[in-house]
Design a protein around this ligand. Structure first.
Ligand code: AMP
Ligand code: ZN
Length: 110
């Protein structure tokens, strides 16, 4: 999608350092980290939200990539988040899986 920030990041049009990349996903650090370790796992293909991803293997692959990058960075405790819709806090409308770790978490989330 031509006017999508995360499409531009995944295609390399906007330069970003990838912690993981393959043919399906890229992983990079969140620009406004909510913990010592905060990464985003996104599909290369544009989907507005997780509700639009009908490919269950892609959903699984996003978690695979997150698990792998967490392990490589010795992050043992972490939280996955997918904000879905404005009211849920989604601000970038290209699906992304947050992985936040490196600090004590509270519950319930805000
Ligand atoms: P959400 O609010 O769930 O849609 O999350 C969007 C996330 O994208 C936020 O945590 C932002 O800090 C992050 N973000 C926005 N722009 C960039 C960027 N250029 N590079 C990395 N992360 C970004
Ligand atoms: Zn996109």
């Amino acid at each position: 999608m031509s006017d999508c920030l995360f499409c531009k990041i995944s295609s390399g049009e906007i330069k970003s350092e990838f912690l993981f990349e393959d043919d399906k996903v890229v992983v990079f650090r969140d620009i406004d980290p909510q913990g010592p370790f905060h990464i985003l796992i996104i599909p290369k293909e544009h989907y507005t939200s997780i509700k639009d991803v009908k490919d269950e293997s892609l959903i699984g692959h996003m978690f695979y990539a997150g698990n792998r990058v967490a392990e490589e960075n010795n992050v043992e405790n972490f939280r996955y988040i997918i904000n879905t819709g404005e009211e849920a806090g989604q601000t970038v409308f290209h699906v992304h899986l947050h992985l936040i770790g490196g600090r004590k978490m509270t519950w319930p989330p805000g």
